[in-house]
Design a protein around this ligand. Structure first.
Ligand SMILES: [Zn+2]
Ligand SMILES: [Zn+2]
Length: 489
């Protein structure tokens, strides 16, 4: 990619829990995403882009740092992120994308409610969600109760998963129920915060006020996360006949709704003559399992539904239009790519990804041979995916799923992706040698990353005293403050 006269703006769009396969440009029929598809046809699209983890906190941190969670230290999610993990993040010298983008003179802006360690380097990281007057009344009296009802109704199939719980000990049973209830509670809170309309409105407003500087804008859309919010007009009632189809249709509708709101953002950029000067990156932090593998409307499991993400880059000046790249790429490659583009030193050896510019330019045809992905929130598993096989392993012997109260499939799983792309038949018992080889490879990868993290900690950890970490309670206070401001508490 050649240098451009004017420093381009960068907009990084993360659509939470969006499966690549549900977009038209990734093969879904029926025009599910016309605006994204149009942009994709003028972009370079990565057909085999994968997340590094299957839950938001760890994955987003990888997107924004260029490191696997095992390297940046945030291996947990939500309220389970420990102070030790926050400390690891700082003591390994981990930097965030916004910090790099400031070095290239970008004004750094985000529209997202998460905040916490993500906000480092942003001039403005906020989500000033405003629902006023009738809109607010309607939302509380009609929309929100509807979301709750549909979400609970749509989760009826999940009940059958609780059969194995009868065999659980009372302690396990209580722990499982607590986890499920806290997820429901979180999801209900999320429903209050998510509406693509507001994300786009705020984004367009920020863009209007940032025209003299190049800007880096991070946008986090949430509608495609459970409970899959979309206005009623986006639902095709004829496709709804039971509780499962209700949630499937809501997921489809939420994709279409985000796509519609993105169309408004794209138009705004075009109307303001910013379209050609902006590098646009569209991805998701992870996918979702819509009942596949007995995982109901959630993103645990390391199957492709949950790990295969869209990745689209649009920048007419120097990114080829209509190019589709087949080689594997992962989220950890994004920071090195942007740093390469803007000539920023990111200590590339300390990161886990590498620049995608050579493969985008066509100087190279292969970027990675395999994908490494892990999970820890409701079950602990790690996986390696090659072109031909997926190998999943519970490294520390604990593959127990806290939601489903069972070990999904087994402690070790092997799938032949050519014969069985849906990953339904575990061939580990038959293919012992292959499983063993892939297990060694996976364990070597884990060991390498663990050692690298320790070395970086050695290098960056202050010799005297400790780095100060903002306690998480502050963040909860911040979120509570926002809820209060918006009239939700
Ligand atoms: Zn997420
Ligand atoms: Zn499960």
């Amino acid at each position: 990619m050649e240098k451009k006269r004017k420093t381009p703006n960068v907009i990084l769009i993360v659509i939470d829990a969006l499966r690549a396969r549900n977009l038209g440009c990734y093969g879904m029929q029926g025009e599910p995403s016309p605006n994204i598809d149009k942009v994709a046809s003028e972009s370079t699209l990565f057909e085999k882009a994968f997340s590094c983890w299957n839950t938001t906190d760890q994955s987003l941190t990888s997107i924004l740092t260029g490191k696997y969670p095992r390297s940046h230290g945030i291996m947990n999610h939500g309220d389970k992120v420990t102070e030790e993990e926050r400390r690891l993040f700082l003591e390994t010298g981990t930097k965030l994308l916004a910090q790099y983008m400031k070095q290239s003179g970008h004004k750094t802006l985000a529209v997202d409610w998460m905040s916490r360690w993500f906000k480092e380097g942003f001039d403005d990281y906020g989500y000033e969600l405003e629902r006023r007057g009738l809109d607010r009344l309607k939302y509380h009296l009609v929309t929100l109760p509807g979301l709750y009802r549909d979400y609970l109704l749509g989760h009826l199939p999940i009940l059958k998963l609780y059969k194995p719980m009868r065999k659980s000990s009372p302690k396990e049973l209580i722990k499982g129920m607590k986890d499920v209830l806290s997820t429901f509670a979180f999801t209900f809170n999320l429903a209050k915060l998510q509406d693509a309309r507001f994300v786009t409105q705020i984004a367009n407003d920020l863009i209007d006020h940032s025209q003299e500087n190049p800007f880096f804008l991070f946008l986090h859309y949430w509608d495609t996360h459970t409970p899959y919010y979309c206005p009623k007009s986006y639902l095709d009632k004829s496709s709804i006949y039971d509780s499962k189809s209700l949630l499937m249709e809501k997921y489809r509708g939420s994709v279409k709704y985000v796509d519609f709101q993105l169309g408004k953002l794209f138009n705004h950029l075009k109307e303001n003559q910013l379209w050609d000067d902006t590098l646009l990156i569209i991805t998701s932090d992870h996918g979702d399992s819509l009942t596949e593998h007995d995982i109901y409307f959630d993103h645990h499991g390391l199957y492709d539904e949950t790990t295969h993400v869209p990745l689209i880059m649009h920048y007419p000046e120097s990114i080829p239009a209509g190019k589709r790249i087949e080689s594997f790429v992962q989220h950890v490659d994004l920071v090195p790519t942007l740093c390469d583009l803007f000539d920023i030193n990111c200590n590339i050896d300390e990161l886990d990804g590498n620049t995608l510019l050579p493969i985008i330019r066509g100087d190279k045809t292969a970027h990675r041979d395999e994908i490494f992905v892990e999970e820890s929130y409701v079950q602990k598993k790690s996986a390696i995916r090659t072109e031909d096989y997926k190998y999943i392993y519970a490294v520390d012997n604990d593959g127990w799923c806290n939601y489903c109260q069972k070990v999904h499939v087994g402690r070790e799983e092997l799938y032949d992706l050519n014969e069985d792309p849906a990953e339904l038949t575990d061939i580990a018992p038959q293919q012992k040698e292959l499983a063993e080889n892939m297990r060694s490879e996976l364990l070597a990868k884990v060991k390498t990353l663990d050692m690298k993290r320790q070395q970086l900690r050695q290098k960056y950890k202050p010799q005297n005293g400790e780095l100060s970490i903002e306690p998480d309670s502050d963040d909860e206070e911040l979120i509570k403050e926002r809820f209060k401001k918006l009239g939700y508490m």
